[in-house]
Ligand binder design. Structure first.
Ligand code: ADP
Ligand code: MG
Length: 698
């Protein structure tokens, strides 16, 4: 067994880890010894920051080390769980208002804790919902008093139950380091480490878990952040290198009558931004280098028409064009939209989605293969093995953040070096887009079509529901159309679906009696969905109650009111997308966010942001701050590894350093074959190989 694979062993090789414990750890993402080495403390307890209870003042953020002296649930108007603690210099009360029984169960009198939080004053000093970590009275109190920095690990209820609170993790790490620390292998080329004066990996891992001092902890973090950024940039550099290498793409020279006819029949003038972006796409398509372009444009900025023109250019040059969308509803909408605009130009549009009847599907597949179809619109169904294109020349991916890089690659593989255009409504700060999408050129639609009125947005507590629906009824009587959206959270898909269905049934007999309503959700058959959407578009249905299936892309310009139930459960970007379903015509539109129960600070911030602005860029910035780049960009969106410790925004300088270093490496050794790069190659193949199957045989 080579040393690399020693750390690939399951955590069960540790004598203290039985099947039960390993199951919970695996759920947390810790499968191997290596994963455990990379399970970093969430923060550190620094003895120099610990204060005594008698020094506490109201309003202060403080960390104290205390023993539990009393606990209990206090009845009253607001039931709460109370913990009385002491450090010998005084007493302090801690309060929890939710999950009372859980707290009652897990705290024991006599336990030592490190508590952090803000000091409030309610007839005496107290902390509510403090962050806490259990300490081991004998060992760790001593440690604290001798001035060491104590790592505090992230935990969860399930982990805690099996002994993996912060203290449990410290024990586990101690064992891990005793037995396996020597086996940790360097993953960066020596030259890079020396040139950038990075801390060697072994030392960095030891210092991130058991820091000698804050200076070394800082260097350890810098090193580990660098690793993440470096590998991310190696991926980008390889993608860039190996896509540019395929020089010969298709030259689309012709722009003929069909494009002109389409332009003539458009009911509106293209915006300046649309024209500019079309020029950029045009020049890519004309050149023999394959197009690889990202089109960014806020919700409602008019990306579809840009896609349509590009597809038509492909068709006029004798090629097929494919448009892939993330949901069936969106694919169908594109299909009907394109068909309507292209029928008179004798261009054949074909739809391919998962939920089609067998016969329909067979005939679609035959048309795609024989070349009868000029433009093919579909979902993931397009990248399945049995789909063969006659001559696919252009691939467009709508709402690309919903797809992985791999799926993009798979659709590309259906043609011979086709041009690729990916479209997204998620704005990415320019500094980042270069690093994240280093293999793509970027176009931006930074102008909204004329005559749009800003959507008026408010948020209201659930108690105002009656009033809101009264307003809605009035508006509908006056001829408007509305969406009412219920959240669909993955874990509880069933119960949320029930919430939407029940509310729909209830509303149709009370609030909206006599008003034609429709219900739309993901479990319906395609033809049912289609019928409901068509009726809503045609104005026969006045209210559409829906789950988030309408989140992306849906375009019904007549609808002017969007009501979002349980708005506190949605992320900002998602709220922005949903709101973008209205405000698509020249009429005044409204968005009403309904929040339930007591909101967290974060939820409140999200709703406030929605009220304050309709600018997708600003919203993305706030979202990025609230969720952090890891979540915001996600692996799915970028196709890049998730960052655990590095931060794309805060560590921008380090990223640039990593980028230069990674690009130099790939330039010098594009297949990572040199012996001095073998550590990069090994790690790369182990972790990221599948992300490259579309472009690179190592
Ligand atoms: P998105 O960028 O969100 O995909 P769409 O392409 O769906 O936006 O366009 C939103 C709406 O704006 C559609 O109803 C479309 O017909 C309309 N639209 C697009 N371009 C223009 C324009 N230049 N002037 C007026 N309306 C436009
Ligand atoms: Mg769209």
């Amino acid at each position: 067994m080579d040393e690399q694979s020693v750390l690939n062993q399951s955590i069960e090789v540790l004598s203290t880890i039985g099947p039960k414990k390993s199951e919970v750890l695996i759920k947390t993402g810790i499968k191997t010894l290596e994963d455990l080495f990379y399970y970093f403390p969430r923060r550190y307890l620094d003895r120099s920051n610990v204060v005594q209870i008698r020094q506490l003042r109201e309003g202060q953020e403080a960390t104290i080390i205390v023993k539990i002296v009393r606990k209990g649930i206090k009845p009253g108007r607001r039931k709460r769980f109370i913990l009385m603690v002491s450090d010998g210099t005084g007493f302090l009360t801690c309060v929890w208002f939710s999950q009372l029984n859980y707290w009652q169960r897990i705290f024991n009198i006599g336990d030592w804790l490190a508590l952090s939080g803000k000091i409030g004053n309610f007839g005496g000093l107290q902390m509510s919902h403090p962050e806490f970590d259990r300490l081991n009275p004998n060992q760790e109190n001593k440690l604290v008093h001798t001035g060491k920095i104590i790592p505090l690990y992230p935990s969860s209820e399930a982990l805690t139950r099996l002994g993996f609170d912060s203290r449990g993790f410290r024990r586990l790490m101690t064992t891990l380091f005793q037995k396996y620390h020597q086996q940790v292998e360097e993953i960066l080329p020596r030259q890079v480490i020396e040139e950038l004066r990075l801390m060697p990996l072994k030392e960095a891992l030891r210092n991130i878990h058991f820091p000698d001092d804050f200076d070394r902890l800082y260097k350890a973090k810098r090193r580990l952040k660098f690793d993440e950024l470096y590998y991310m940039q190696v991926i980008i550099a390889l993608r860039r290198h190996h896509t540019l290498e395929r020089q010969s793409g298709i030259k689309f020279d012709q722009v003929g009558n069909k494009v002109k006819a389409l332009a003539d029949q458009l009911p509106f003038e293209l915006t300046g931004a649309q024209k500019q972006v079309l020029r950029e796409i045009r020049s890519d398509m004309k050149s023999s280098r394959p197009m690889n372009r990202l089109l960014q444009g806020d919700v409602g900025s008019g990306k579809t028409i840009v896609a349509l023109v590009a597809l038509l250019i492909a068709v006029e040059n004798g090629y097929q064009g494919a448009l892939m969308a993330p949901t069936e509803i969106l694919a169908e909408q594109h299909y009907f939209g394109l068909k309507q605009q292209l029928d008179s130009l004798s261009v054949t549009v074909t739809l391919l989605i998962g939920g089609q009847a067998k016969a329909e599907r067979q005939s679609a597949l035959a048309d795609i293969q024989s070349g009868v179809s000029d433009i093919i619109v579909g979902t993931h169904a397009l990248i399945q093995e049995n789909v063969n294109f006659a001559n696919l020349g252009l691939v467009i991916i709508d709402e690309q953040h919903r797809f992985g890089v791999l799926q993009r690659g798979l659709l590309r593989e259906k043609g011979l070096n086709p041009d690729v255009l990916v479209m997204t409504a998620t704005p990415i700060p320019r500094t980042l887009s270069k690093s994240l999408y280093g293999d793509l050129d970027v176009s931006i639609l930074d102008e909204m079509p004329q005559g749009r009125k800003p959507i008026q947005t408010v948020w209201r507590p659930e108690t105002k529901r009656g009033k809101i629906y009264a307003f809605l009824r009035e508006q509908i009587r006056a001829g408007e159309q509305a969406f009412i959206v219920f959240p669909l959270v993955e874990e509880s898909e069933k119960s949320d679906l029930k919430a939407a269905t029940d509310s729909y049934e209830k509303m149709s007999v009370d609030y909206f009696k006599g008003i034609p309503m429709g219900l739309l959700h993901g479990r319906m058959k395609p033809e049912e969905k289609e019928a409901v959407m068509a009726a809503f578009k045609a104005g026969e249905l006045r209210v559409l109650v829906s789950t988030t299936v309408i989140e992306v892309g849906v375009d019904v310009p007549n609808a002017t009111i969007m009501i979002i139930e349980h708005a506190e459960r949605f992320g900002l970007t998602q709220l922005h997308q949903l709101r973008g379903r209205v405000g698509r015509g020249d009429k005044q539109s409204y968005c009403i966010l309904i929040g339930y129960g007591e909101l967290t600070d974060e939820a409140r911030k999200r709703l406030d942001t929605m009220v304050e602005t309709t600018d997708g860029f600003k919203i993305a910035e706030v979202d990025l701050k609230l969720r952090g780049p890891g979540e915001f960009f996600g692996t799915r969106q970028s196709g890049l590894p998730d960052l655990k410790i590095a931060d794309l925004v805060r560590d921008a300088d380090l990223m640039n350093t990593a980028r230069r270093s990674a690009f130099a490496l790939v330039k010098e050794d594009p297949h990572l074959r040199k012996p001095e790069h073998s550590c990069v190659r090994t790690r790369f193949l182990k972790n990221y190989k599948e992300k490259f199957e579309d472009i690179w045989e190592p």
